[in-house]
Ligand binder design. Sequence first.
Ligand SMILES: Nc1ccn([C@@H]2O[C@H](COP(=O)(O)OP(=O)(O)OP(=O)(O)O)[C@@H](O)[C@H]2O)c(=O)n1
Ligand SMILES: O=P(O)(O)OC[C@@H](O)[C@@H](O)[C@@H](O)CO
Length: 444
Amino acid sequence: MEPGSCEAGPAVKAVAAVLPAGGSGERLGGATPKQFCAVQGRPLVSYTVRAMERVSWISDIIVVVSPENIETMKSIVEKYGHKRVTVAEGGITRHRSIFNGLKLFSEDGFSKHLLQKPEVVIIHDAVRPFVEEDILLKVVMAAKECGVSAFIVLCTLESLSCQAAGAIRPLVSTVIASAADGYLDHSLERARYRASEMPQAFLFDIIYQAYQQCTDYDLDYGTECLHLALKYCKTNAKLVEGTADLWKVTYKRDLYAAESIIKDNLSQQICIITDAKEAIVQVGFLLRESLRNQIKVEAVSVCLSKHDSHVQNIFSGQCYNFVCINDKKYTTEEIQQLVDMLEKSNIPLLHPVVLISVHLDSSENTSFSIDLEELTRIKKCATEMKRKNILVYGLLIRYKPVKIVEAFVISDSDGFYAPHWESDWNSGDSKGGETNTIHISNIM
Ligand SMILES: Nc1ccn([C@@H]2O[C@H](COP(=O)(O)OP(=O)(O)OP(=O)(O)O)[C@@H](O)[C@H]2O)c(=O)n1
Ligand SMILES: O=P(O)(O)OC[C@@H](O)[C@@H](O)[C@@H](O)CO
């Protein structure tokens, strides 16, 4: 999507992201660099790439890795279906890696992928997986706000300009300076200082020229891109308050913390799978709205067929709970097929996985024509799946064109429930255009 062509994106010609991922992770320990450590069976770097991919106005994502990890990174891109990603070769320091990533856009380093040179470039450590679109938009807009592309003029002006921005956080510990003898020299007034985090954003020409002018000392020992823009291009970055989840995975404890956050996020995700007719999908969307009202839903992807590429996404660790909607008569084959796919995908499952099989009945019957055999079959399936720690529920919905008539939930336990439904589903007629929703008021 062309950024700026819609209210969602920044009014910027093109935005790219450079993710430095070329480190060795010494402080974390272990043989595997932290960006490639598996979290829920998936490399940490893939979560950060995914976070950038979710932002439609980022046109190119450059992941910069050490030479020996180029192939590893390319296989991650392929396995998880990452798009808009180019892998670049890193350097011996973070600054050198970032510079190498930026070179892909310069005329002399023009990539064979014909990357579009960005007006604004985001720099974000690949080991900071919890980055959301709003902070990215804030730093990009802040970097753009002077918006003057007369870059050479600006760099020679004495006055500072602001074509850069960086996320900051309050300091947790006080910063002190130690004297040569190892004793306290002085401490800084903590309230006056902030921790520099990521993401950061720059007019591309600003940060590229800063790196070109960098001394080797800066490239080898520096840790702050904002400082380079100030030192070499007199560009004073705008500081943007970031959220607590922008932290960097540095030590083992950070990896454990990242794992529990990722688990919590993923356990909130649901995926609606349906290969039913359009009208049924409509009910699927109504169910989605009801679920949104009832539980915190991180992500929903509607797959129109089981062979849809979305399904591959699911089994590459994107979703962990499933709502399968179909209009076939109470089949359990679908449940078995999904469980088989889950087991074949050998992704580490968040337990328990919830699988709701929704059966829709629009027949004119006065009540559900489910017979005892069908009911027993669903319950038997649910009992078997429970041994695999997969909780299966059958949700039987009988609906008419304008309203839901009745619904039943079946689980492995004895008996079944009949939730009271107040459905103001007016089948999408033009009345007021109010959102159709299904309210599950309570379960008997
Ligand atoms: N030569 C380097 C060094 C670091 N980085 C990247 O810069 C980010 C932040 O750096 P840091 O947390 O220091 O990572 P490491 O250098 O791997 O960690 P350590 O210092 O513990 O070895 C990481 O995504 C890291 O992969 C990089 O691209 N190239
Ligand atoms: O110094 P490290 O390589 O561990 O991490 C880099 C950090 O310094 C950097 O990501 C932020 O402080 C913002 O510049």
